[in-house]
Design a binder for this molecule. Structure first.
Ligand SMILES: Cc1cc2nc3c(=O)[nH]c(=O)nc-3n(C[C@H](O)[C@H](O)[C@H](O)COP(=O)(O)O)c2cc1C
Length: 328
């Protein structure tokens, strides 16, 4: 058993979290991860209204009696969603774990803590992790540059970011970005993390509610098949390399502004990718670790395999390596 400060604090069996994923983090996936002993997370803003989120929380509860969380992603927006109402839906739904990403958790924290909710803050730098610790979150999840979605602007890969954060932080931390298998899990623990957060790997599971064609594309892709868009706008996002992301990068290279790419990057187009399986319909998030993904397992198969192989790795090859190093 891989028990860590994270599993103890959040009452889960295995130190494996499924991060919030727009359009993907629905009841079926979150419940499957939680039922397998990990921590499944619904993506709040995937639901069109706070009331729809209330229903999705109830639906998840019908599918699992294990702990699950809700992600609230606070991104800069011209017309921001009603965050306070989404937050209230989470509280009313009796959810006990929230993942906040994209912005400062301080605004929401008092309401969540008053409701007895444990908060994980997802960020991309040691500085922001320390700030989140200071304002009182229960744990941080730190995304290295390898990750799908928003890796921040510092380009620090997990191999450096995670031990740098572990050195400074006192609260539990989970490593995110680039992790897709037992080797990644063991490496994260060795680097000082208390567990892992995975997006891309869970995107490519049987219960992930996206078109089979997209999952097959992830299996076919290598670690080279991602693009970084919005670099010129200080809002970098790692997405699949496809006809649309190549066009966006080209427009940015030629000095284009957000207005010039607005139509290409529309969320509704990205959603079509997942619904119809047309992998060139729009922008869709995926991480470099797609190069490590070779199958489409159920969440239970995936988590069971990762934990089993991690234990074998620690007690077998690594224990042997230590003994050999001592003997030589
Ligand atoms: C399809 C997809 C959608 C995502 N949407 C969100 C989101 O809405 N909010 C968020 O905080 N993170 C989002 N992420 C990031 C993941 O929660 C996680 O931090 C990231 O995927 C970790 O990197 P990995 O893909 O290498 O595992 C998304 C990731 C993917 C693959």
């Amino acid at each position: 058993m891989l028990r860590t400060r994270f599993t103890e604090t959040f009452g889960i069996e295995h130190p494996i979290v499924q991060g919030g994923m727009m359009w993907v983090g629905r009841a079926e996936l979150a419940a499957a991860v939680s039922n397998a002993g990990g921590l499944g997370i619904l993506t709040g803003l995937t639901q069109p209204t706070p009331d729809a989120l209330r229903e999705e929380i109830a639906r998840t509860r019908d599918l699992t009696d294990k702990p699950f969380g809700v992600n609230l992603t606070i991104l800069p927006s011209i017309t921001p969603p009603p965050y306070a109402e989404y937050r209230q839906a989470i509280i009313d739904g009796g959810v006990k774990i929230v993942e906040i990403a994209g912005g400062n958790p301080a605004t929401h924290l008092p309401y969540l803590k008053d409701a007895g909710i444990k908060v994980v803050h997802k960020c991309t730098s040691v500085k922001h992790a320390l700030k989140a610790q200071q304002v009182g979150v229960d744990a941080v999840s730190i995304d290295g540059f390898e990750c799908a979605g928003h890796p921040g602007e510092n380009d620090t890969p997990g191999l450096v970011l995670i031990p740098a954060a572990a050195r400074e932080l006192e609260i539990p931390m989970i490593a995110s970005g680039g992790i897709a298998d037992a080797q990644g899990l063991v490496a994260a623990l060795a680097l000082g993390a208390d567990g892992v957060n995975m997006g891309t790997r869970f995107l490519c599971t049987a219960e992930s509610p996206i078109a089979q064609r997209v999952k097959e594309q992830i299996v076919a892709n290598s670690e080279l098949d991602t693009k970084l868009i919005f670099r010129t706008m200080n809002n970098t996002a790692r997405v699949a390399d496809n006809a649309v992301s190549r066009q966006v990068v080209e427009i940015e290279r030629n000095g284009g502004s957000f207005e010039d790419v607005r139509e290409l990057v529309a969320g509704a187009r990205g959603r079509l990718v997942y619904e119809n399986g047309d992998v060139d319909a729009g922008i869709w998030s995926v991480g470099q670790c797609q190069g490590l993904i070779h199958d489409i397992p159920t969440c239970a198969e995936l988590i069971g395999r990762m934990v089993r192989e991690a234990e074998d790795l620690i007690n077998g090859r690594l224990a042997g390596a230590v003994v050999e190093a001592v003997a030589s």
